[in-house]
Unconditional design. Structure first.
Length: 563
């Protein structure tokens, strides 16, 4: 990365703010104009693509913080910066470093320039030389627009490179597009490239460069999910997860669980930063030194470090702790004559954080460090081991499966969706836990190669932290207390309840990674119910903050002001 990100060539337009009111401006000293560049050499294309990744580093931390600081799973500490505190409380009257829309449009303009100027007709041995990079840049642009419109609600859609200040101002003054419109545009834009392979630049600074690029079909799944096209979303996620060249399976080794049904002292933890990277499908690589590019500040915001004198700025909220503790953890116990389920007690464990789901315990460690009264270091120590300075994840296996479950459920297949949570989805589990009619209706959307996706190699996402969920009698598919008039009535009853299960699972599995605010927002918009977002966020500290609740009941306040 050190060598490549800072030697970007061609098509690398530097965009910034010339005034607080400007959303986008150009600086003639840093722009390489159209007449000066053509992208007709492989080296030009490689450097330009890596240059775009360099621009994505600028918004990498922000994508996480916008999704977590404003949600309910984390809360700011007294040591938090003023900008972070205002972000968490939705106060944007003053300028805030996390509200810099020009950083998004800098990426977009770089992508637009590349797409407009790369020589797509150039071939070698019958192969389009730049096809892989062309598709990857389209995905970068679509992903950036998705982050942008999630954060701002309505944004100008700019798909041509802007070379002058006048062009930039005209583009920013055009009619703004909402989430559905933005998603639909990029669904149409990306679909023809869904099967194009990702570029392969080899290892860069010890990292596998193929994972710098976004998985196209998973991204299309996200766009369809936000656009309310649930059948199509499920189709894209399924196609991505079951790809014959690279099927995506959930690793049993990553789960954290109690090993013994009689001793609840130290659980077996399969998560480390190293094994965590095996679960990450794609990421934005970050630099290790400021001299080389953008260094992630998340370790200093989330963790105790020498640099921050142990004064971390965010911590797991009371609401996160309550959600984790409310889960029922169990162990399937077997001997020679019978199988039984042992439920882990809620009291008597040697640490309160061990109650319920174990993923919070796995990902978060806190301690008290005795210090001299005059020490400049905090006495409170915290480490959230999901966070690393090396990369910011964009896609992770478990979260793709959970979005797949969300899409299946909303498409009318709640049994299949719940199977992903409780048992893990494979052909054997589908046949055992999804009735014949739903199997027929879902068809290929829940078809899995039995030679690859086997029961022994499949695990329910809930089992990643809540024990052997397949044996948990308290974790079941919701059913009405009395039979309803029609099958569809039962499905309609189940869908919102299964969705609640999925959203809770997204919180338990994806906590601190930047998804939570947008998961709540997506369901709130879908249900036309702002309280779905307002209620949990206002209770992040345990008791409802009435002022915050009232503020968030107006969906206009969910978005950053576009200046």
């Amino acid at each position: 990365m050190k060598r490549y990100i800072f030697h970007t060539l061609c098509a690398f337009l530097a965009l910034g703010l010339s005034a607080c009111s400007d959303m986008l401006s150009t600086d003639s000293e840093m722009v390489e104009f159209e007449k000066d560049n053509t992208l007709n050499h492989p080296t030009d294309s490689v450097y330009s693509v890596l240059g775009i990744i360099g621009k994505m580093q600028v918004i990498a931390d922000r994508t996480v913080l916008l999704g977590e600081a404003r949600a309910d799973l984390m809360q700011t500490t007294e040591a938090a910066s003023a900008d972070l505190k205002r972000l968490a409380s939705f106060q944007f009257a003053e300028q805030n470093k996390y509200n810099a829309v020009s950083d998004y449009y800098a990426i977009i303009n770089n992508c637009n320039y590349y797409l407009a100027h790369v020589d797509t007709a150039l071939q070698r041995r019958g192969r389009n030389i730049f096809q892989n990079e062309y598709a990857a840049v389209k995905a970068f642009r679509a992903w950036t627009y998705l982050q942008l419109v999630q954060a701002y609600g309505q944004v100008p859609l700019v798909t041509e490179p802007l070379m002058t200040e006048i062009d930039a101002r005209n583009a920013m003054n055009q009619e703004r597009k909402g989430i559905t419109e933005i998603c639909q545009y990029f669904i149409n834009d990306l679909t023809p490239y869904a099967e194009v392979e990702l570029p392969r630049f080899g290892d860069i600074n010890g990292m596998e460069s193929q994972r710098f690029f976004l998985p196209m079909r998973a991204l299309l799944g996200d766009l369809c999910l936000w656009a309310g096209q649930y059948q199509e979303a499920a189709r894209w996620y399924h196609a991505y997860l079951t790809d014959k060249k690279n099927p995506i399976l959930i690793s049993h080794s990553k789960r954290i669980h109690w090993q013994s049904a009689t001793e609840f002292v130290h659980p077996v933890d399969g998560y480390t930063i190293t094994t965590g990277l095996l679960e990450v499908l794609s990421y934005i690589p970050m630099e290790e030194r400021v001299f080389d590019g953008v260094v992630s500040d998340l370790p200093n915001i989330y963790n105790s470090t020498e640099e921050n004198r142990y004064y971390f700025q965010m911590e797991p909220s009371i609401a996160m702790r309550q959600l984790s503790a409310s889960q029922t953890n169990c162990i399937e116990y077997q001997n020679n004559t019978y199988t039984d389920t042992i439920y882990v007690p809620k009291k008597g464990l040697n640490q309160e954080i061990l109650v319920g789901d174990l993923r919070l315990y796995s990902n978060y460690k806190a301690s008290y460090v005795a210090r001299d009264a005059y020490s400049e270091y905090s006495t409170d120590y915290q480490n959230i081991n999901k966070i690393t300075h090396l990369y910011i994840p964009t896609y992770r296996k478990s979260m793709v499966y959970l979005r797949y479950a969300e899409a299946l459920n909303r498409a009318g297949y709640p049994q299949s969706a719940f199977t992903i949570l409780k048992y893990g989805i494979c052909q054997e589990n589908v046949q055992a836990h999804v009735d014949t009619l739903e199997q027929e209706r879902a068809g290929e959307l829940i078809a899995f190669d039995g030679n690859v996706f086997t029961k022994d190699e499949t695990i329910g996402i809930h089992s990643m932290g809540s024990g052997d969920s397949h044996a948990n009698a308290f974790y079941t598919l919701p059913m009405p207390t009395t039979p309803l008039a029609t099958r569809q009535d039962t499905i309609d009853y189940q869908i919102p309840l299964v969705e609640d299960y999925i959203i809770n699972e997204m919180a338990l599995e994806g906590a601190f990674e930047g998804y939570r605010f947008y998961d709540l927002m997506r369901v709130s918009l879908r249900r036309n119910d702002p309280s779905y977002l307002a209620d949990p966020i206002s209770k992040r500290k345990g008791e409802r903050d009435e002022g915050l609740y009232t503020l968030l009941m107006d969906s206009k306040n969910w978005f950053l002001p576009l200046k």
